[in-house]
Design a protein around this ligand. Structure first.
Ligand SMILES: [Zn+2]
Length: 456
């Protein structure tokens, strides 16, 4: 209605790539788009422990763009602190979010236990940010909707999801409130994602809130499949083991798909391929259940996962780790910050015939980044270990659109928006993208600061 009051407040993902939370207020109604965890540097992580500038009980609903922790990982905290509304997302996002929240809770419980076992007498007991019980309870608040269905939150505000092409179930969110259209990109995928449909082209919005993770960069155009095959062949020919640290959602399934295609062409050497990651196995099952939102031929969708052997139990994992025969292993964690891959590196990283292949972005300060940059002695399980195996990186596998792809997507808009807000980026990435938008499109760009409010 005319005279309705509408505002946006950026409670996270402002000046950083984590902690995404954007509050829409229309009159008395408050809706949070994403509810992400701050990750990385200590001063960011500490934000997860400080109060939001708004009472969680005053928030009426959460709209979730996708299942990554930096978008959903704060949900259990919000519920513990009084949020009691609905959490809207797509069906696949709900399933993946449950896997990711349970894993996050487990890591936090383990970290708190470790801190407590090292604590000095008399200090307060360390508590996890949330437990697996909290994470499981959160799932009761979820309500799922497919793409292109208008959902009425109340008579002030409605929204619909559109495919974002970033990870399975990911969505752009189109919101209508106070006679205005707001478009939230969430994380936006590549122009031509490997497994998913390209991000939906949107033609109109009064305000856009857009991520800027790769606002300063273009992805390279390497032939990922050919490169993967070359690395597989080289390693297996010399009797080695190919170890691929991999993120459980999307990247793992992309690798499986690539190996399936190579197998169909009869190019893959006859060695076992293992997915040794309980989270990777669970996520892969979710992919298997949603062929309709993946852009791959049915024959491939039906068969692709049969090339891989799933390892879930520790006993199985231990015997695969101990075995020195040639094989391909996908295991977490993607940046070697934990997970079963460390056991493979402990047992096989010292052998020059083996290969460690990075297929995802390695953040500063992680073991993965150190190895990528030439460090050959890394500390884990309390000791330093020599890594003598070959190390490779395939850098172009990304779930995020690059600068040119984001600009191309913005060019679909028929009319210039009043304002485009750039979030979800490090300051240099966001600023570079602002310059690009101003010079190519001439639009009005705002880069919100943490907790900044904009009246629309
Ligand atoms: Zn994401």
């Amino acid at each position: 209605m005319q005279g309705d009051k509408l505002s946006l407040q950026f409670l996270g993902g402002a000046g950083t790539v984590t902690g995404s939370k954007t509050l829409i207020t229309v009159n008395e109604t408050k809706v949070l788009v994403d509810c992400g965890l701050f990750q990385g540097l200590k001063e960011l992580r500490e934000l997860n422990w400080s109060d939001l500038p708004i009472e969680p009980s005053e928030i009426d609903a959460i709209i979730l763009t996708h299942a990554h922790l930096d978008h959903c990982g704060y949900i259990p905290v919000l519920i513990k602190n009084g949020f009691a509304g609905s959490i809207y997302c797509t069906p696949a996002t709900k399933e993946l979010t449950e896997i990711i929240l349970m894993d996050s809770a487990k890591i936090q419980e383990e970290d708190a236990d470790r801190a407590n076992s090292h604590k000095y007498g008399g200090h307060l007991k360390c508590k996890p940010l949330y437990t697996r019980v909290d994470a499981a309870k959160s799932m009761n608040y979820f309500e799922t909707h497919d793409y292109s269905q208008w959902v009425l939150i109340d008579h002030h505000i409605k929204f619909q999801f559109h495919n974002a092409g970033h990870i399975l179930g990911s969505a752009l969110v189109e919101v209508k409130a106070a006679e205005k259209t707001l478009l939230f990109s969430g994380d936006i995928g590549r122009k031509d994602p490997m497994l998913l449909y390209p991000p939906k082209r949107i033609e109109q919005a009064d305000f856009i809130v857009m991520e800027s993770t790769y606002g300063d960069r273009s992805h390279s155009n390497e032939d990922v499949k050919a490169e993967l095959l070359e690395i597989i062949n080289k390693t297996i020919d010399r009797g080695g083991i190919l170890m691929i640290p991999s993120f459980a959602v999307e990247r793992t399934q992309e690798l499986i798909y690539l190996m399936h295609l190579l197998d169909e062409e009869d190019l893959l050497p006859r060695v076992p391929i293992y997915l040794d990651s309980p989270m990777g196995v669970k996520s892969t099952m979710v992919f298997d259940r949603y062929p309709e939102i993946q852009d791959i031929p049915k024959a491939h969708a039906d068969n692709m996962f049969s090339i891989i052997k799933y390892i879930s139990t520790y006993e199985e994992s231990r015997s695969i780790v101990a075995d020195k025969k040639p094989k391909i292993v996908l295991a977490g964690s993607g940046m070697l910050e934990g997970g079963r891959m460390l056991h493979y590196i402990l047992n096989h990283g010292g052998n020059v015939n083996n290969t460690l292949l990075f297929v995802g972005f390695q953040a500063v300060g992680t073991r993965g980044r150190d190895l990528q940059q030439g460090t050959r002695s890394i500390k884990f399980f309390g000791e330093y270990h020599e890594v003598k195996c070959e190390i490779h990186s395939i850098s172009s596998m990304s779930a995020h659109a690059d600068r040119e792809e984001m600009i191309d997507w913005l060019k679909n808009f028929k009319k210039e928006p009043t304002t485009i807000f750039l979030n979800h980026g490090e300051p240099h990435q966001t600023n570079a993208f602002r310059v690009k938008i101003e010079s190519e499109l001439g639009w009005n760009v705002e880069i919100p600061k943490l907790n900044e409010i904009f009246e629309l």
